[in-house]
Design a protein around this ligand. Structure first.
Ligand code: GCB
Length: 616
């Protein structure tokens, strides 16, 4: 009996592993040769999930002809087909579905996407992976009727290896079941202040690699002693290369501009290395210098662009390359408001960064989830410091181990994708999570996980404030403060409570001897609505709010290291239902949804101008 149970469990695990196994994440996809599967994909809207469950609500078997992952072509005249993919019903990939057709505006549920493609491998022994930059929220992926796997989490990449037995030279039938239903046990959970855009929201590509290939790598300056400056002559660099497949021979790391090329023998699947850069220009917002770095084996080659810098929280300061830095930030959602859609392209990234540049920023807080890779790569090349976050937002089910696993997985995928981006200086493990022992354990575990994955940058989270802790002093004394490198907090004094003039008598502090950062502050205004400054939702109120706030910042304690106000542009939120001023938009943008600058924009810009002159 026990044996029988054991075998059942064994086979169940085997089955799960087979069905849900994701391949280890391949990184630096933009630095590799890929074949894009972007473009028009046909779709079926399936709110009842008929393509997935049979009439007894059991998951369909793989070869079930009525499953929507199986062919929609009639075998003969009598073959009853109740599903089909046609061009009339097609959507752009990448892209959310909400913005592409009126019937999708409020849709939350299942949509099946289908793409046909031909593919000829360039060498019979090569391996092919199917890579998704992001699908919101759950993706079940099928190729030619076989399930490749599933992925949960709406903002991070994943891939599957395509077995040779499944891939065809002609007419591959690729189907993705995308489900963006919100769930209490998901990350994020049901309640967020942003729109739940669904779909294959980011790029899809095929990656062909040799049997043994460079899957992932890390290359960065060795940490100087705490508080120290990295040297620009004979700078020590360390890192590792992770090989996938039976690799032998050498891995070569080359930086042509520095005339540096070193070979390291592959003894294990992870090759650790150290080398000395004879001279190096450090990456910084003022000089976002990137070097071409080539990582190769005899069979494989990845050509990336990488900046070298150090960052740490030291005493009351944040040190970038050993020098204190003040962060003139702005919080940004991954959305193009003018077109009411998710951002996904280089052009989108260019728009968001040029708005942030106009404001005088040297930093962006990418809220509240990992943004697409165009953003972090462009931050590298334009010289923006970046805060990158996972959607552990508000009231996650903190006591639930499965929920923790989902959060840690998203954290791992975020860090794995972007650990070589010099621009990213902060990993954030969440936003405004309500204090309780179980939540603090959850968040502490995430912080430890982030540090174990990457000890070359700071880890933080946007915390809440203990208002009026005494004598007009508001304290950030959240117990999580002991574990973060940077104590960051959101405050809305003069919007959610009080008037902006309350700023005049308010002070801020933290019992933790760490740098202090304001990760949000903001007020709503409908662009073009003008009134006196006491009138809520007027541009004048928002302008006044920013005037009082920036005046208050002059009185911040010594450990104040920067701010990323809320928010660059108006963004969609189903929680914002004032029929005159909001109409489904969170109006705290400094740019309107039409891209117009509101009056408050100029107040923050002036403050940043002043801070730039003061600190340089
Ligand atoms: C916050 C949240 C942010 C909201 C913002 C608001 O504290 O972190 O996601 O959108 O406030 O507008 O209320």
């Amino acid at each position: 009996m026990r044996n029988q149970k054991f075998f059942l469990l064994f086979f169940a695990l085997l089955f799960l592993k087979e069905v849900y196994a994701q391949a280890p994440l391949i990184t630096a996809v933009p630095a590799r040769k890929t074949v894009s599967l972007n473009g028009r994909w046909q779709y079926i809207v399936d709110p009842y999930e008929t393509g997935f469950y049979d009439y007894r609500f059991k998951e369909r078997r793989e070869n079930d002809r009525e499953a929507y992952w199986n062919t929609d072509v009639q075998a003969n005249k009598t073959d009853r087909k109740e599903h089909g993919y046609v061009d009339k019903y097609s959507l752009n990939v990448p892209g959310d579905w909400n913005s592409q057709a009126p019937q999708f505006l409020y849709y939350e549920g299942t949509v099946w996407y289908k793409k046909s493609f031909d593919y000829q491998k360039s060498s019979a022994t090569n391996r092919v992976f199917l890579y998704f930059d992001a699908v919101n929220y759950r993706a079940d992926v099928y190729l030619n009727g076989k399930k490749l796997g599933a992925h949960i989490g709406g903002f991070t990449p994943f891939d599957f290896e395509i077995p040779d037995s499944v891939l065809k030279a002609k007419n591959n039938f690729l189907v993705v079941k995308v489900d963006n239903k919100r769930g209490a046990e998901e990350v994020p959970t049901v309640n967020t202040d942003w729109w739940n855009y669904g779909g294959i929201t980011r790029d899809v590509s095929l990656i062909e690699v040799p049997r043994a290939f460079v899957q992932d790598y890390s290359i960065h300056l060795k940490k100087p002693t705490a508080g120290g400056k990295p040297s620009t002559k004979n700078a020590a660099v360390e890192g590792w290369v992770k090989m996938n497949g039976q690799a032998t021979g050498n891995v070569t790391v080359e930086i042509p501009e520095l005339k540096l090329k070193k070979a390291f023998a592959v003894a294990d699947s992870v090759v650790r290395f150290e080398m000395v850069l004879p001279s190096v220009q450090l990456w910084s917002p003022e000089n976002p210098k990137l070097y071409e770095v080539i990582i190769s084996t005899t069979a494989d080659k990845v050509e990336d662009k990488i900046g070298f810098r150090t960052v740490e929280a030291f005493g009351k300061k944040v040190l970038l390359n050993g020098e204190p830095v003040f962060m003139r930030g702005i919080s940004v959602h991954g959305e193009i408001a003018q077109q009411v859609r998710r951002a996904y392209s280089k052009e989108d990234a260019r728009q968001l960064f040029s708005e942030a540049k106009e404001l005088g920023c040297n930093m962006v807080r990418l809220a509240h989830y990992p943004h697409d890779e165009n953003m972090t790569r462009m931050a590298d090349s334009l010289g923006f410091l970046v805060w990158s976050e996972i959607p552990v937002y508000w009231t996650i089910d903190f006591g639930n181990k499965e929920v923790y696993r989902k959060a840690e997985k998203q954290l791992t995928e975020m860090i794995t994708r972007d650990r070589n981006r010099a621009s990213i200086i902060i990993w954030s493990v969440g936003n405004e999570t309500p204090i309780s022992p179980v939540r603090t354990d959850f968040m502490h575990n995430l912080i430890s996980a982030a540090k174990a994955l990457d000890d070359t940058r700071m880890v933080s989270a946007a915390l809440e404030v203990n208002y009026n802790s005494g004598k007009n002093l508001n304290l950030i004394d959240d117990p999580l403060g002991q574990y973060v490198d940077l104590v960051a907090f959101n405050e809305y004094l003069g919007w959610y409570g009080g008037l902006p003039s309350n700023c005049r008598t308010t002070n801020w502090g933290t019992p933790y001897d760490k740098p202090l950062f304001i990760s949000e502050t903001g007020a709503g205004a409908k662009a073009g609505f003008h009134a006196d400054s006491m009138t809520i939702f007027s541009e004048e109120y928002q302008e006044w709010y920013y005037k009082e706030q920036t005046a208050m910042l002059q009185r911040m304690p010594e450990n104040f290291v920067g701010i990323s106000p809320w928010v660059l542009a108006d963004f969609r939120s189903p929680k914002r239902n004032n029929p005159v001023f909001q109409e489904g938009w969170n109006r705290k943008g400094l740019f309107s949804n039409e891209g117009k600058k509101k009056k408050a924009f100029y107040v923050l810009k002036a403050y940043y101008e002043q801070m730039r002159n003061k600190r340089q």
